[in-house]
Design a protein around this ligand. Structure first.
Ligand SMILES: [Zn+2]
Length: 102
């Protein structure tokens, strides 16, 4: 809910209006108030920009997180590959010595 401050066009009372509804009634004199889109246009644009910025930063965080995950996965993959090669090498040495020393 976005509240905007404005003055009643009839009685001049200060009002707080909900931006989600573009029409309202003055609680003091009952006049139907039309919220001028031009006067709240900047507010709405600012609100949209803030929303867009939040979306962008969330998306950026996602990209950064997945990049971090990819890097971690690559590191794990390299370690696993090294360990496998070492295991194969040990196995090879084991059979090699068994063949030659028995
Ligand atoms: Zn009024």
């Amino acid at each position: 809910m976005n509240m905007v401050q404005m003055k009643c066009q009839n009685c001049g009372e200060n009002l707080e209006l909900d931006l989600d509804h573009l029409t309202a009634f003055c609680p003091y004199c009952g006049t139907k108030l039309l919220i001028d889109p031009d006067s709240i246009g900047d507010l709405l644009i600012a609100r949209e920009k803030t929303k867009q910025k939040q979306l962008d930063s969330a998306r950026e965080m996602d990209i950064r997180k997945s990049a971090c995950r990819d890097r971690r996965f690559a590191k794990t993959f390299i370690i696993v590959t090294y360990v496998c090669f070492f295991a194969v090498f040990l196995l090879f040495m084991f059979f090699f010595f068994r063949v030659f020393f028995h």
